[in-house]
Design a binder for this molecule. Structure first.
Ligand SMILES: C[S@@+](CC[C@H](N)C(=O)[O-])C[C@H]1O[C@@H](n2cnc3c(N)ncnc32)[C@H](O)[C@@H]1O
Length: 259
């Protein structure tokens, strides 16, 4: 199996609960000489760390972390660099590949030096499963963090997704320094969508202190204080409905079948 020959794994560890981490992710970590990640994510995989050299880095140090991982792997070590959820979704996969590209690594290197990305359960999937079935059909995922993306671009994406009736998954709805982005986003979506459209908020999905709210677009800002950097929000489309404490977005079977 190629996983054994790899030197650098970029590992998505899922939303937080150990049993939602893939077997491949666990295997990659257990095979590694070095494990690199931030404190939160390393805390989530603590039982897998004994016997491995652990390098802790802080949020905001992603470029240095990626460089360090590539450097250690290029010296013949097996290295896991850790991301929450899936490493390709607002995670470490992009920056590691960009730096490898910049530093002239061979994109087609053989299995011994190839960078392998191990997929993980995303916050979108985790939050959706807690809310019911809000993203059964087409959905758009938008991060409200304007640290790396200009806010004008984010607004355009929100408007486009809202006007096209996509279910919208919102990542990074707030941080300490970006307290108003979520409210600004809701305001934009409201220009395109009825106030009765369901909205689900999931905080700390599959972690300690998990909590969820199901509400509507016209009421969601009543829960503005609930929303924080550990929250994923899902805004339904024009067909989504609330059933008890769940959100259902019909896939379209009702158009074709009687049931
Ligand atoms: C930098 S992104 C990381 C996304 C991750 N790579 C993924 O695939 O889900 C961080 C954002 O993901 C969301 N998130 C991550 N884990 C979560 C969880 N367990 N519960 C709810 N939201 C979560 C929050 O919106 C948070 O601000």
């Amino acid at each position: 199996m190629p996983i054994k020959d790899c030197k650098l794994y970029i590992v998505g560890i899922g939303p937080g609960r150990p049993d939602l981490m893939t077997v491949a992710a666990q295997q990659a970590i257990l095979e590694s000489d070095y494990v690199i990640g931030n404190t939160t994510y390393l805390g989530q995989i603590e039982p897998l760390l004994p016997g491995r050299k652990v390098i802790t880095s802080s949020m905001g140090e992603e470029i240095a972390r990626a460089r360090h991982a590539l450097e250690l792997a290029s010296k013949g070590n097996t290295v896991s660099i850790i991301s929450g959820g899936d490493a390709g979704v607002y995670g470490m996969a992009g920056i590691v590949l960009e730096i490898a590209e910049k530093e002239g690594a061979d994109a087609n290197a053989d299995a011994c030096t190839r960078i392998q990305i191990i997929p993980g359960v995303t916050a979108a999937n985790a939050a959706a499963s807690i809310l019911g079935s809000p993203i059964t059909g087409d959905f758009a995922s938008i991060s409200l963090s304007d640290l790396l993306t200009p806010w004008e671009d984010i607004e355009k994406r929100i408007s486009g997704a809202a006007a096209s009736d996509f279910v919208i998954v919102l990542y990074n709805p707030k941080s300490r320094n970006r307290n108003t982005n979520f409210a600004r986003c809701i305001e934009i979506v409201r220009r395109h969508r009825s106030g009765s459209v369901p909205v689900g908020l999931v905080k700390n999905a599959f972690r300690n202190k998990e909590s969820a709210v199901v509400t509507t677009l016209e009421r969601v800002l009543d829960y503005d204080d609930f929303v924080d950097m550990h929250t994923t929000a899902i805004i339904g489309n024009s067909e989504s409905r609330i059933w008890g404490e769940r959100i259902i977005t019909p896939r379209g079977y009702h158009r074709k079948y009687d049931y």
